[in-house]
Design a protein around this ligand. Sequence first.
Ligand code: TMO
Length: 312
Amino acid sequence: MRASLKRLICIFVLSFLPNSVLATPVTLIELDWGSQRVLTHALANILEDQGIDTDIVVHSSPEQWLQLSTGRADIQIEVWEGTMGNKFMSHVKRGRMQVGGTHHATTREDWWYPKYSEALCPGLPDWKALQKCASVFSPDGKGKGIYYSGPWEKPDRARIRALELDFEVVTLETSDELNGLIHRYIESRVPFLVFNWTPNWVEAIYEGSFVEFPNFTEECQSDAEWGYNKKHIWDCGNPKGGWLKSVVSNDLAIKSPCALNIVRHFKLSNSDLALAASLLDAHTLTIEEAAQVWQIGNKERIDAIIKEANCQ
Ligand code: TMO
């Protein structure tokens, strides 16, 4: 009885599961920053042109892991080492999702300020300058400095503690708010510190620098003894030559080998991301318009990717 029940379940699962996987569209995750939004839409258009049914779902950055590990979503096109590296690699090691590809781009995500702040806080970009002039970055010029971050996961409070900085973190909820703040403060020449990254649109328009914290090492995140502060971890910055990867669900290979192949060949450079981000955040295009402009500018490459993916 038991054995036959088992067999029945087995037959049921085998006959039903692949079909249910096959019947759902290839789902791409849209996250909250310019280049990722635009490139997600561009990739979805490219897949649709190959006859693949796609869906785009919007999530916060921390939500992506559950979506991908359960197969509710299949593709996330920009995994950044600085904010997502640890989580991502631990999921890949456990077999819950797979690396889609490693892009050509090198990335950096860290504290950033507009150039004119240097006159008010001499010694920048060296982080030690911040130990002396936190108040330059406070709203009333007297109290704790403020560091503005966005809806991504970074150990900024741990870093502030480990490096003995008189700062507090204000977390903005969307990248649009962060972008608005950058425009507004630079227009009125207010000194500020904000989470920024490269490649991004900011560098195309405004002069500024990343704060040079002690160089990132593995030990900095795990060994309190390491570095400036012997009692606390995170007495360092984020990786400088960080990687950028794409991630795919384990299901994608069954669902659409063609989509998987296209993702594997869809390799992005720094200028690919900078252009995508600028089209959206420095112009007034919608995400879909920006995606189409990006596709037109990259038509030959996209054709080559489709050829290499060898879908038929
Ligand atoms: C993940 N991000 C590019 C916003 O740092």
